[in-house]
Design a binder for this molecule. Structure first.
Ligand code: CP
Length: 309
């Protein structure tokens, strides 16, 4: 049993903690497939989801995870919070913490916001649900749980394709790969790659077709147009799809064993062809399903460690 104080990122977790979270997550997968999808694990706990950026998967799965474990869950979005009236992020967080929730799940555009808030919040655990282009730890954990349930990830090669420069998911995987024993290949035009990304120990490709042989997973990313600056550009979406989109030809070249993943939201016809997204190789909806179990595991570890689970 391992109890976590906060979940800021994969950077702060060691391999033993990640293995424990994956084991706990696996134990929760079955709960969501039963006819009665409820357990008492988090009865009496209060969880606040505070989202300053849009989200379908992460926010909903944290809400369902908390409710399936009998916690009281409150959702707040930036559009309905007092930040619209000029309140700072810190004052909002201090206000919510004064209501004594056990866990605050935060998504915000500011990298490092969870570390910052944790310095001011004494008793509330904080979960990073995505902080700018920094980290998205529960997505990386969700992906590993999905792979664990579909043949494993140790020794495998995950090829991440697309807007690496703005991807908190890619960063979390680069950190997780070293700890958990899998390889990451990155594929992107130079304008969508962070500088000195090789320091993470990954292979870098600019030609998608060259990166396909030996890939066990093709992990596609959308272009984060909301974070693009003028020096991160590319000619057009059509040309982008030609060069970096996953189509049937590339999937066939990858071989029958290769899986397709995507953290969502997808832009069909841009980074992934529609028929590939819906193909037998696609684990995209499995990722969504495992996201609920993984967030149950994270909330449980934050609220005491999972002895009851
Ligand atoms: N993967 C992910 O973070 O999706 P949402 O933006 O819908 O939460």
């Amino acid at each position: 049993m391992i109890a976590l104080r906060h979940l800021f990122g994969i950077a702060e977790l060691d391999a033993e903690q990640i293995r424990y979270l994956l084991q706990l997550g696996a134990s929760f997968v079955g709960l969501s497939r039963r006819s009665i999808r409820k357990a008492p694990t988090l009865r009496g706990k209060t969880i606040i989801n505070l989202f300053f950026e849009s989200s379908t998967r992460t926010r909903t799965s944290f809400e369902i995870a908390g409710k399936r474990l009998s916690a009281d869950v409150i959702n707040i979005s930036s559009s309905t919070s007092a930040t619209k009236k000029g309140e700072s992020l810190l004052d909002t967080a201090l206000t919510l913490a004064a209501m004594r929730p056990h866990v605050l799940v935060i998504r915000h555009a500011l990298p490092g916001c969870c570390h910052f808030l944790a310095e001011h919040l004494r008793e509330t655990s904080i979960v990073n649900a995505g902080d700018g282009a920094h980290e998205h730890p529960t997505q990386a954990l969700t992906d590993l749980l999905t792979l664990q349930e579909h043949g494993g990830f140790v020794g495998k090669t995950i090829t991440i394709v697309g807007d690496i420069a703005h991807s908190r998911v890619a960063r979390s995987h680069l950190l997780a790969a070293r700890k958990m024993g899998y390889r990451v290949r990155l594929v992107a035009p130079k304008t969508l790659l962070p500088r000195r990304v090789e320091q993470f120990g990954c292979e870098v490709y600019h030609d998608f077709d060259e990166a396909i042989p030996g890939s066990d997973v093709l992990y596609m990313l959308r272009i984060q147009t909301e974070r693009l600056t003028s020096n991160c550009s590319f000619p057009s979406l059509r040309e982008y799809h030609e060069a970096y989109g996953l189509n049937g030809r590339r999937l066939a070249a990858a071989g029958e064993q290769c899986l397709v993943m995507h953290p969502g939201p997808m832009n069909r016809g841009v980074e992934i062809a529609s028929d590939v997204a819906d193909s037998a190789a696609s684990r995209i909806l499995d990722q969504v399903e495992h996201g609920v179990a993984m967030r149950m595991a994270v909330l449980t570890a934050l609220c005491g460690g999972g002895e009851e689970a």
